[in-house]
Design a protein around this ligand. Structure first.
Ligand code: C2E
Ligand code: CA
Ligand code: CA
Length: 415
């Protein structure tokens, strides 16, 4: 099967073949055409000023190579060499220009703008790498890496939204228990997003959340996450009979708070799912408060007045100003896992954890320690007076079905 991109050029030119080792384009030569790889694999090779060759990447079927020649006649910045039997379709600059001139004026303008910006971006990267005192080859590696990054991010953002729309179980919520350290009872759960991509497998939220924050698709994702978490909480309450009311902690990003309908969506979801505001903890980071103080403050105040709790996630890893603890309606500090991880071996960190717990208590706030992996860490935190904790020692994040089983069979863990 040929891709649409390949079929577009099929009618005019037959593919050119290259044997392994043959050069498709050479560094330093003026480029007058680009290619689409129909089959096979190529490598991108750069020759350093001292004559050393460095392979800085490979490309396979459907990739475009030498595309900058479609914009200008600058010399090729790298050599492209076949590493397998390759068939490539040629796109000449004239051909491209002719097609562009025949295109719808809006499309023509958009393509020209995008390509000019692309050229500007490359120039900027080169300038930046100049500041960093990199060699020509390192510059090019950076250019290719940033280009690959940009493409990867667009792909992640598009595929994420498709998966969220399809709602076919590719993106789901997992829940990690939060434990009351005094009694060993369940305090509640933190909702964490999971993406099981059909081809690429598990993609960590650490990878896709920053990308969808950038594109503001996080707003849609957060709405969905919040609603799903509330539905789960209700379902768990109905299918289990835990003797205490459980809470649900949901992560939000700064972009969420700039959405005009944020607060109404939250209220709507609460009434639709019949979850009490008092059961909800909104987890935000210090960055959020620094980024957009005024509008975030009013929104957070409304959430607090409605009965929700506000937790500061990864406390102590962001900005050092403690002013916001007083200025914002915060009632929980979450001790970052990097502190918990190293507090046994690092006396300073231990004192830091002790101070966060004391600070929290003195301000009448709750504290939750994150990333508790061992019994020793749990014991130490209990000794320090930390009221709640979560971490692999107690349980890993799990899907809704397992949450029901866990609540039904909950035994206080050994601390
Ligand atoms: P976070 O909010 O700090 O979440 C805690 C992370 O620590 C989770 O990683 C959790 O799986 C992991 N974790 C829990 N216990 C342990 C432990 O004992 N040891 C270790 N090593 N790790 C532990 P995860 O699920 O990969 O999430 C990473 C980050 O992605 C989250 O950090 C949060 O910032 C973000 N995130 C995840 N889901 C959402 C979401 O629905 N919305 C938003 N805005 N961000 C999310
Ligand atoms: Ca969190
Ligand atoms: Ca955290």
């Amino acid at each position: 099967m040929k891709s649409k991109k390949q079929r577009m050029y099929q009618s005019e030119k037959s593919p050119k073949s290259f044997k392994p080792g043959e050069i498709i384009m050479r560094q330093g030569e003026i480029g007058r055409n680009a290619f689409i790889i129909e089959s096979g694999k190529v490598e991108i090779v750069v020759t350093t000023p001292t004559g050393e060759e460095r392979v800085i990447g490979t490309r396979g079927s459907s990739a475009m190579i030498g595309e900058m020649s479609l914009i200008d006649n600058a010399p090729r910045t790298a050599t492209i060499r076949a590493v397998e039997d390759c068939k490539v379709l040629e796109i000449t600059k004239d051909d491209f220009t002719r097609r562009l001139n025949n295109a719808d004026p809006v499309i023509r303008m958009a393509v020209q703008v995008i390509m000019t910006r692309y050229r500007d971006t490359l120039t900027n990267i080169e300038a930046r790498s100049g500041e960093k005192d990199l060699s020509g080859v390192e510059t090019l590696e950076l250019v290719y890496a940033e280009k690959a990054d940009a493409i990867e991010q667009i792909r992640i953002a598009n595929e994420f939204m498709e998966a969220l729309d399809k709602n076919n179980g590719e993106i789901i919520m997992f829940y990690q228990p939060i434990i009351n350290m005094d009694t060993g009872e369940l305090f509640g759960f933190e909702a964490l997003m999971r993406w099981f991509h059909p081809e690429r497998g598990f993609i960590s939220p650490g990878v896709f959340i920053p990308v969808i924050e950038e594109t503001r698709q996080i707003i849609e994702a957060s709405k969905w996450a919040f609603k799903t978490a509330c539905k789960t909480l209700k379902h768990v309450e109905k299918s289990t009979h835990y003797h205490k009311e459980l809470c649900m902690s949901v992560n939000f990003s700064s972009e969420d708070f700039s959405a005009p309908d944020f607060i109404n969506d939250v209220y709507d979801t609460l009434s639709e799912t019949d979850v009490k505001a008092e059961q909800i903890h909104l987890e935000i980071t210090e960055r959020l408060l620094i980024g957009q103080p005024e509008c975030a403050k009013e929104t957070l105040n409304m959430c607090r007045r409605a009965g929700m709790s506000i937790s500061i996630d990864d406390f102590g890893t962001g900005y050092s100003s403690l002013n916001y603890l007083h200025a914002y309606p915060i009632n929980t500090l979450k001790i970052d896992q990097s502190f918990v991880r190293n507090m046994e071996n690092d006396k300073k960190l231990l004192e830091l954890v002790r101070s966060i717990i004391a600070l929290s208590q003195n301000l009448g706030m709750e504290t939750i320690a994150e990333g508790v992996e061992t019994l020793q860490e749990a014991r130490l935190l209990k000794e320090l007076g930390c009221p709640q904790a979560q971490g692999f020692y107690f349980a890993k994040p799990m899907p809704e079905k397992e949450v029901v089983d866990l609540v039904n069979n909950w035994n206080a863990p050994i601390i």
